[in-house]
Design a protein around this ligand. Structure first.
Ligand code: RIB
Length: 295
């Protein structure tokens, strides 16, 4: 079984602030750092650092060559990352001293995927392989349909939620990995119980992983609902923590771990990620996750 992640690659410009800037306000940042990021790239790196082979497919500009190097250094297969004339996607990220963040995205090359390129990438994958998607690249509606036609197992992180998610046939998704904001946007519900119940009614065949930040995480499938509390740690920067969770969760599923084992493994990885500044660079290696585990 192979894992293909068709996803974003970003250059993150991260600004350290006491608090998130308000409308009409100007705040001077204490520090600015440039990191590798993008939900897609972060998730591929998390899968690779968990010890699972992953192919990342996406588009960057010539300004993003260091992202390919990072993939190669981290064990992510970069064969399907293409360099074109459109600049690499980027993010402006404000991070507070409490570790909270606020993100503005500029898609750049991430939203320049075309159907012929997607078809070519998909020829290398087949029935039973995993197709992981987020919503920072274009044509995820097409990717879901074409991946499913091949019999691939579709994992969707519907983030950030916008009108492109509404264009997708979500009944084709095998596993949703989402937070309570995306859960609310998809279902119209505002509490976890309602989100999970509505997801079960809307997509009865799908597995749902609903992350709630400091309030833990739920897993639900046809047979069961499982809950795992969060770990309490001192957060330095929460950017990429959800991506770390997603990557480690998928790695655990591939290894055949039970739902609760997968949630615990991913929770421990995300807890380590928030203790370090940055996105991709803050994703821990498996060895450190295993050393830190609580159970
Ligand atoms: O999930 C965190 C990521 O969101 C950042 O790395 C940023 O690039 C945005 O894509």
């Amino acid at each position: 079984m192979k894992v293909l992640n068709v996803g974003s690659l970003n250059i993150d410009h991260t600004y350290q602030l006491e608090r998130i800037v308000a409308p009409g306000e100007t705040i001077t940042s204490k520090q600015m750092s440039v990191y590798a990021g993008g939900k897609g790239l972060n998730q591929s790196i998390a899968i690779a650092r968990a010890g699972i082979e992953v192919y990342h497919a996406g588009k960057i500009g010539i300004d993003g060559q260091f992202l390919i190097e990072l993939c190669n250094d981290s064990g992510v297969n970069s064969t399907f990352i293409e360099t074109g004339v459109i600049p690499t996607g980027n993010a402006i990220i404000q991070v507070t001293s409490q570790g909270q963040n606020s993100i503005i995205l500029y898609p750049g090359a991430n939203r320049s995927l075309d159907k012929a390129w997607i078809d070519k990438v998909l020829t290398e994958f087949s029935k039973g392989d995993i197709l992981l998607l987020q919503n920072e690249v274009n044509l995820i509606d097409y990717l879901i349909i074409e991946g499913k036609k091949k019999g691939m197992n579709i994992f969707l992180n519907p983030s950030p939620y916008d009108e492109y998610i509404d264009k997708c046939d979500l009944s084709l998704v095998n596993t949703f990995l989402m937070n309570e904001v995306e859960g609310a946007q998809i279902t119209g519900c505002y509490d976890p119980e309602c989100i999970l119940t509505r997801m079960k009614n809307l997509y009865p065949q799908a597995k749902v992983v609903l992350t709630l930040g400091q309030d833990g995480v739920y897993f639900q499938d046809k047979e069961q609902r499982v809950y795992q509390p969060a770990r309490t740690v001192k957060a330095v920067d929460t950017t990429g923590a959800g991506d770390t969770f997603t990557g480690y969760y998928i790695a655990a599923v591939i290894e055949g771990k039970s739902a609760i084992e997968a949630l615990t493994f991913a929770t421990n990885a995300a807890a380590l990620a928030v203790m370090k500044a940055g996105a991709a660079n803050a994703i821990p290696k498996r060895h450190d996750v295993e050393k830190s585990r609580m159970i």
